[in-house]
Design a protein around this ligand. Structure first.
Ligand code: C2E
Ligand code: MG
Ligand code: MG
Ligand code: MG
Length: 289
């Protein structure tokens, strides 16, 4: 039994806790058709630069508009896509769609960055960097404006010491290829994975995304801000871009600014919204800077 709601007017969520394995299987089957059949949608969430809070970029977040279950969030179908072996098709669709969209927006904000989430599984594909470059080339999108967000757990843990990965599918080698090609890489949900600080200095990454759980703890006390502060300091010392996610209030935005965080995103600024709505948040024309 499903229910669909729109909480706080910004974020669609779906529940159906009683999905049986059989239903999961049929969903998996339907997903293949959904990608080709035009049922995927992209929402965009602005990423603002601190302290002035102007839009510096957007993160593309995928949704599946299921004919019967309504709008599904990625937690419901990205794992299915990985299991069913269609994550590469999904990833290609997302990247093509998002690049075309962001390219159009760059007429208004020339330096606009596009953040796209990728699944760890996509890094296992030897040809991944080549495919990304091809898509960028077709879209006329500058590689330096693309940020691929990789969950921290995809690259630290097994990968850094080679365990669990063959030489052909070394995620770190793939990240190296991406960054060499000028594409930017961000470690997503930083601090929640296996957080191997030991490898951080050796990873070819450009940015850290401070997970929303640490932002939620910010309360003006030194204890509440301890982890956020430590992660931001670490990012600064390694000359990485620092982005806080899940900013829900002014106090958090202010505290992050004081801690030297460079960018932020969250419902306080804007939740993920359809393209037309994001467009209304962009400045009217390219600012002469
Ligand atoms: P993520 O990359 O960490 O994305 C941030 C999540 O936080 C998004 O959830 C976003 O809607 C949510 N969010 C936005 N503002 C706030 C806020 O103020 N507070 C809190 N607590 N959360 C906020 P969403 O859209 O459900 O996406 C969940 C995850 O699914 C993403 O986490 C990302 O890992 C994955 N994902 C999304 N799109 C794609 C995609 O195209 N491909 C792949 N492989 N994964 C994707
Ligand atoms: Mg992300
Ligand atoms: Mg994240
Ligand atoms: Mg997150």
């Amino acid at each position: 039994h499903q229910a669909k709601r729109r909480d706080d007017g910004t974020r669609w969520q779906c529940w159906d806790r009683s999905l049986t394995d059989e239903a999961e299987l049929s969903l998996e089957h339907e997903l293949r058709g959904a990608i080709a059949g035009g049922q995927l949608r992209l929402l965009y969430q602005p990423i603002v630069a601190l302290p002035h809070r102007e839009i510096a970029g957007v993160e593309a977040l995928v949704r599946w508009e299921h004919p019967r279950h309504g709008l599904l969030v990625p937690e419901r179908f990205v794992p299915l896509a990985e299991r069913a072996g269609v994550i590469e098709d999904l990833g290609r669709w997302v990247l093509e769609q998002a690049c075309a969209q962001a390219k159009a927006w760059q007429r208004r904000v020339p330096s606009l960055q596009l953040n796209v989430n990728i699944s760890p599984r996509q890094l296992d594909n030897q040809g991944f960097t080549g495919e990304v470059l091809e898509i960028l080339d077709r879209a006329g999108f500058f590689p330096g404006h693309l940020v691929l967000e990789v969950p921290e757990s995809a690259v630290v843990g097994g990968a850094a010491d080679g365990a669990g990965h063959t030489a052909e599918a070394d995620p770190i080698a793939q990240l190296e290829a991406l960054t060499t090609a000028g594409i930017r890489v961000a470690l997503d949900d930083f601090g929640t994975g296996y957080s191997s600080l030991r490898y951080l200095t050796r990873l070819p990454v450009d940015a850290l995304k401070l997970d929303s759980c640490f932002v939620a703890e910010l309360d003006g006390t030194s204890k509440g801000s301890a982890v956020a502060q430590a992660v931001l300091r670490l990012g600064q010392m390694l000359h990485l871009d620092t982005v806080a996610e899940g900013v829900e209030g002014e106090a958090q935005a202010r505290e992050l600014t004081l801690l030297g965080c460079e960018k932020a995103q969250g419902i306080y600024f804007s939740g993920p919204v359809p393209a037309a709505e994001l467009e209304r948040q962009l400045p009217a024309a390219a600012s002469p800077r």
